[in-house]
Design a protein around this ligand. Structure first.
Ligand SMILES: [Zn+2]
Length: 272
């Protein structure tokens, strides 16, 4: 599933669209995505000029100036398998939407599992949809905000960091990697974390995401960004997806356990 790094890579590849106008937005399938599009939503985009694309967590928030001079927003969430492809080289039965832009560019929303969505609405839609989201990784108050939430309840540090209302944009891959980098066992109760450990987690989260973005994201389960090219960070993952292999730090066999229905990868010797 695309996490913050993959969504940010996608956002950066879409920036050449800034300043272009939507000629029309077209529905290519009758299948619903996670949220159905409202009647007329796509029509509002006709003649609208794209001014900015922001990211909040795993959400892309597109800012347009409508043909009638009224600003509007489009929110895109890639779900498990969504892709926004610029000038897609091929067609797929899983193509759901296509935006035709001035100067002939096209953008296609492709989503095999259809857990993603596209929503169009007034200014503020993006803020509204991400209102309960925790801090971005580059927020200076990240550690303080996460520490405050860690004290409540008895859940594990893995569950804590996977919760979008605690920390925005993190998913299974980068949580596993950040916990390995900090030597924290994924089943550690979050309330037992020391402030120093949470500060170390903040640094690890930033580091792993920055390296993943630079490598074009991790292409697990066929992630491709807007250019249709895969990322390469999966080659640099230390524990994620490596059950049974030797730990890169100590050689101990990397283990896989289930937490909240998701597989956690870790080294039982390095992470305590
Ligand atoms: Zn190890």
């Amino acid at each position: 599933m695309p996490e913050l790094a993959e969504v940010e890579v996608t956002r950066r590849q879409l920036l050449p669209l800034l300043g272009l106008t939507v000629a029309c937005a077209e529905k290519l399938s009758d299948k619903n995505l996670r949220l159905p599009l409202g009647k007329g939503d796509l029509g509002r985009l006709s003649g609208a000029r794209l001014d900015a694309i922001d990211r909040r967590g795993k959400y892309l928030i597109w800012h347009f100036l409508g043909a009638d001079g009224v600003p509007l927003e489009m929110v895109v969430h890639l779900g498990m398998s969504g892709k926004t492809l610029l000038d897609a080289a091929d067609a797929s039965p899983h193509d759901h939407l296509r935006w035709h832009w001035s100067q002939g560019a096209t953008l296609t929303y492709r989503d095999v599992r259809r857990f993603g969505f596209v929503a169009v609405g007034d200014v503020g839609l993006g803020t509204e949809m991400t209102a309960t989201m925790g801090p971005e990784p580059w927020d200076e108050t990240w550690a303080a905000q996460v520490a405050a939430k860690a004290k409540k309840g008895s859940r594990s540090v893995k569950a804590l960091l996977m919760d979008q209302s605690v920390a925005a944009g993190l998913g299974n891959i980068y949580v596993c990697e950040a916990l390995f980098a900090t030597g924290i066992h994924p089943e550690t109760p979050a309330y037992k974390l020391k402030n120093k450990q949470i500060e170390a987690l903040h640094e690890a989260v930033q580091g792993v995401l920055e390296r993943a973005i630079a490598a074009g994201g991790s292409s697990i389960q066929d992630f491709k960004a807007a250019h249709g090219s895969p990322g390469y960070f999966q080659l640099e993952l230390k524990v994620y997806g490596r059950a049974g292999e030797g730990c890169p730090a100590c050689g101990e066999e990397i283990r896989a356990i289930k937490q909240q229905g998701r597989t956690t990868f870790f080294c039982a010797r390095c992470q305590r």
